[in-house]
Design a protein around this ligand. Structure first.
Ligand SMILES: *Cc1c(COP(=O)(O)O)cnc(C)c1O
Length: 445
């Protein structure tokens, strides 16, 4: 596979863009492929190579690259009216009504421009309404490039995970291991009356895809209620992907106080949102006192794309179709690793999937895991499968990054460069695409 044009573009990019990219995850070694255009579930690079795409924009592209006619028309109509106005337009009301009509915890929203902005605004709101500063997050969870959550370590030994972030930020953050009820109980025991919120993804989708164990999210709900703290679900990835239109909170039946959205709700354009009951969201200015503002927020093109995408998903059985396809893929992967790499773990549900290159469990995944690891207490491998970010990180991540993933790219399949990111199916992937992918996994694992 010849990639001279990508190589030359990356060479130029290195002269004018830090690391040659605008988002660090894109800088795969030795150089990323530059995309010319998408075609359904595939992308074509600037050298004319065609790849089966499981990156899908890192999550926003539920419907694939072509966009159904209704989405395309909604976007074009919004562009035709003029790009944006700095004044309200009808479509932001319609998208807000759609989201509020389907997501259990959401009565009201504030749209912003990225998932990062959504989590920043949600944390500010939680701190303001509780009058407290501390925020509990999950180790290895990702909430965007925000100062309060870019931390590493555990309670008592937290530090910023990037230079440029004052210790004062990390000093207000309490990272605990996901799925560890004793750890979160302990931080509430010590700091309970100073904790503004627990913020977590309902499924850790940026860290190998880890499911919550039985009762874990319910435990967080009870604990935050007992201590007067808010529960924030970061559904930037899981929102409108897992659990259909009710999102992961609908699937698990646990209702958070605040929910952050991004990715899919913008239909492929930059977006974020914070949702919750009016009693909380109305604390944002100008209804309330918590400052929140944005030149591009509620951008008409984004709102039109988001609304048309969600309406399409509602009308076309997209989630069932994606789950069927996802189960076919995960079942095939489980059969493949049973022979070639029994310690590996197939994770994900619905349109999310991944193989964790886990080292410990030696029993292959069983029939019970054919829809992906669900952290079921009755599973033979329950105690050995990764249940935390540390468990995922203990895997053969170098093998993934340096050997497996580049080989898949050469075989015409694009996977995210790092082992911790979810992979996505889109509505334009077909059973034949799944079978092509399975053949490549079979050959290269
Ligand atoms: C992608 C992501 C973010 C950040 O969203 P951006 O739009 O990249 O700023 C926040 N939280 C989660 C769970 C994400 O997956």
């Amino acid at each position: 596979m010849q990639r001279d044009s990508s190589r030359a573009l990356y060479d130029r990019a290195l002269g004018v863009l830090a690391g040659g990219v605008n988002s660090s995850v894109r800088a795969s070694r030795p150089y990323p492929v530059f995309i010319d255009h998408g075609e359904g579930g595939h992308v074509v690079d600037v050298d004319g190579n065609r790849y089966l795409d499981f990156i899908m924009g890192y999550g926003p592209l539920l419907l694939g690259h072509d966009l159904p006619a209704s989405v395309r028309e909604a976007v074009e109509a919004a562009v035709d009216t003029g790009p944006m106005f700095g004044a309200p337009t009808p479509v932001e009301v319609e998208l807000a009504e759609f989201v509020a009509g389907h997501v259990p915890s959401v009565e009201m929203l504030r749209f912003v421009n990225s998932g990062t902005e959504a989590t920043v605004s949600a944390v500010r709101l939680a701190r303001a309404v509780t009058g407290r500063d501390l925020v509990v997050i999950m180790q290895g969870g990702y909430h965007g490039a925000q100062e309060s959550t870019l931390v590493e370590g555990g309670p008592g030994a937290v530090e910023p995970s990037s230079p440029g972030i004052p210790d004062a930020f990390s000093a207000s953050t309490l990272p605990v291991p996901f799925n560890d009820t004793a750890a979160v109980d302990a931080v509430f025991e010590t700091h309970g009356d100073r904790i503004a919120a627990v913020m977590t993804e309902p499924i850790l989708a940026n860290n190998g895809i880890i499911e919550p164990g039985d009762g874990y999210l319910e435990h967080l709900r009870t604990l935050t209620d007992q201590h007067g703290a808010l529960l924030i679900f970061d559904e930037v990835i899981t929102g409108f992907r897992i659990g259909g239109l009710a999102c992961a909170q609908g699937l698990f039946g646990v209702t958070p106080d605040l929910t952050t959205f991004g990715k899919i709700i913008g239909g492929g354009f930059p977006v974020g949102a914070v949702g919750g009951p009016a009693a909380l969201i109305e604390h944002f200015t100008p209804a309330g006192e918590v400052f929140q503002s944005g030149t591009f927020s509620g951008h008409p093109v984004t709102m039109a794309a988001g609304l048309a995408t969600l309406e399409y998903a509602a009308d076309h059985d997209v989630y069932d179709q994606l789950s069927t396809l996802g189960d076919r893929l995960r079942t095939g992967l489980i059969d493949i690793i049973a022979d070639s790499a029994p310690s590996y773990t197939v994770v994900g549900r619905g349109s999310m999937f991944k193989i964790l290159f886990s080292r410990d469990p030696t029993t292959p995944q069983s029939g019970g895991c054919r829809s992906g690891c669900r952290r079921s207490a009755s599973c033979d491998r329950h105690s050995a499968c990764p249940s935390t970010a540390a468990g995922v990180r203990a895997g053969a991540t170098d093998r993934w990054e340096r050997v497996f993933r580049p080989a898949m790219r050469d075989a015409g399949i694009l996977l995210p460069p790092n082992q911790f990111e979810s992979q996505f199916l889109c509505a334009e992937h077909t059973a034949a695409d799944v079978d092509t992918a399975l053949d490549a996994y079979q050959e290269l694992l």
